[in-house]
Design a protein around this ligand. Structure first.
Ligand SMILES: [Zn+2]
Ligand SMILES: [Zn+2]
Ligand SMILES: [Zn+2]
Ligand SMILES: [Zn+2]
Length: 324
């Protein structure tokens, strides 16, 4: 692992008490993000300050490091597991993102949190549920089903991994490519060609309809669409590494331009939002204090307004009076 580095004293895992592996991951704008990984418990520890978004190269390195630890047997997560910094008890926090539910185990004193590998991948939206058909297909093409969390073999009918308790899931290749390169700077690369189609029931490489329940591969073009073994998934995208790192270090002028344009495009919306907030605040003030600095724009605003009601009544009366 290129990114693995021991920069300071290692921290002991709060579950198995073995030293954790310190990873110095490339952050945004040349900064470094350090995370700790327990190779035995298949947990990643984020300090409170490390929860910021990881860059594409950082995600790639982290997945590579996670995959490498899956050769070791899994140690069960004990109820008495504690914070990596202070040893205090952990609380389970449930997250809900557009990708569904995931969880992390947070220090009650706020030092940081553990995330089992599968929960990390789930939170990033990289996992898909594994159907019965997928299981049969995996056994047919590779002779085993791997636990995406700990790497152990899962039996055909097991509801959860018997070692780590994870629900058997598949890592979606196209979503992984998009997560690594959200700005699409490596578009011409092969994995991105796989990523063109996002429909679940359509092959992401050739567009052919997939039989319901099959996410593993496409019978039409042979593309691998989802993978149960983390190391295999990493192997498919690791070739993007040099280009992702080069982009992170020095984004191309077109990308910088695109980022600035996106900011510019967002400005009118933000201005409008601010103006709206200001108007609402003014309307509130006006509602409670009719005399003083009266703002005529309130008459056109929404909401109830006694002055507007009286004016409206006068107008109706005038119309009725001169019309009859
Ligand atoms: Zn551990
Ligand atoms: Zn703590
Ligand atoms: Zn497992
Ligand atoms: Zn296909």
């Amino acid at each position: 692992m290129a990114a693995a580095a021991n920069s300071e004293a290692t921290v002991a895992c709060g579950n198995c008490h073995e030293p954790m592996q310190r990873l110095a991951l490339p952050g945004h704008y040349g900064r470094t993000v350090e995370v700790d990984l327990c190779s035995h418990c298949h947990l990643v520890w984020f300090d409170l300050t490390e929860t910021a978004r990881l860059s594409g190269p950082a995600l790639l390195d982290l997945i590579g490091a996670m995959a490498a630890t899956q050769r070791l047997p899994h140690r069960t997560l004990e109820a008495k597991a504690g914070c990596a910094r202070c040893g205090a008890a952990l609380k389970t926090v449930h997250n809900r993102s557009r990708w569904g539910a995931s969880l992390h185990l947070e220090c009650r004193a706020g030092h940081g949190a553990y995330q089992p590998f599968a929960q990390f991948l789930q939170e990033k939206g990289l996992l898909r549920a594994m159907s019965r058909i997928d299981r049969a297909r995996l056994l047919q093409i590779q002779g085993r089903i791997d636990c995406v969390n700990c790497g152990a073999a899962i039996a055909r009918d097991e509801e959860t991994c018997r070692y780590c308790g994870s629900v058997p899931s598949l890592l979606d290749v196209a979503r992984l490519a998009r997560a690594l390169d959200p700005e699409g700077v490596l578009e011409p690369q092969a994995v991105h060609r796989d990523a063109v189609r996002q429909q679940a029931l359509q092959c992401e490489a050739c567009g052919a309809a997939l039989p319901p329940g099959l996410s593993v591969d496409c019978a039409q073009c042979g593309a691998t669409l989802a993978i149960s073994r983390l190391a295999d998934a990493h192997e498919r995208v690791v070739t993007l590494g040099p280009a992702l790192r080069a982009h992170a270090a020095k984004p191309s002028p077109e990308v910088v331009k695109r980022r600035l344009e996106a900011l510019d495009a967002d400005l009118p919306r933000r201005r409008e939002f601010t103006a709206q907030m200001e108007a609402e605040a003014a309307a509130q003030r006006g509602h409670h204090r009719l005399d003083g600095d009266w703002d005529w724009s309130n008459l056109l605003g929404s909401g109830t307004n006694p002055v507007r009601a009286v004016l409206l009544a006068l107008v109706i009366w005038f119309v009725w009076y001169f019309w009859r």
